[in-house]
Design a protein. Structure first.
Length: 116
């Protein structure tokens, strides 16, 4: 299983970024895909996930600003991030799992830095 995240970078507060995560080695359409983030000195936390029937869930801190979506034909999950804030600065990781109770598979992260 490989999960390759990309799209991170440096952006000013109020700006936007779109993260992508391409998966291989799994039946993508059968998996719940999620985005997590880890800020320096903090634990990894859920940002959002999307189920195999497109049901979504967001952390309260990103509701109304971030949108998760998936393209099963491209084995890719996206995270559109708008109105970014300095507190969104973190390494963002994607993961996949068959059910919400399953052990997730993790990919490499991509760094998002939001300057004030």
């Amino acid at each position: 299983v490989q999960l390759q995240a990309s799209g991170g970078g440096l952006v000013q507060a109020g700006g936007s970024l779109r993260l992508s995560c391409v998966a291989s080695g799994i039946i993508f359409s059968h998996n719940i895909m999620g985005w997590y983030r880890q800020a320096p000195g903090k634990e990894r936390e859920l940002v959002a996930y999307i189920t195999n029937n497109d049901r979504t869930n967001y952390d309260d801190s990103v509701k109304g600003r971030f949108t998760i979506s998936r393209d099963n034909a491209k084995n890719t999950v996206y995270l559109q991030m708008n109105n970014l804030k300095p507190e969104d600065t973190a390494v963002y990781f994607c993961n996949s799992r068959r059910t919400l109770m399953s052990t997730p598979r993790w990919g490499e992260g991509t760094l998002v830095t939001v300057s004030s």
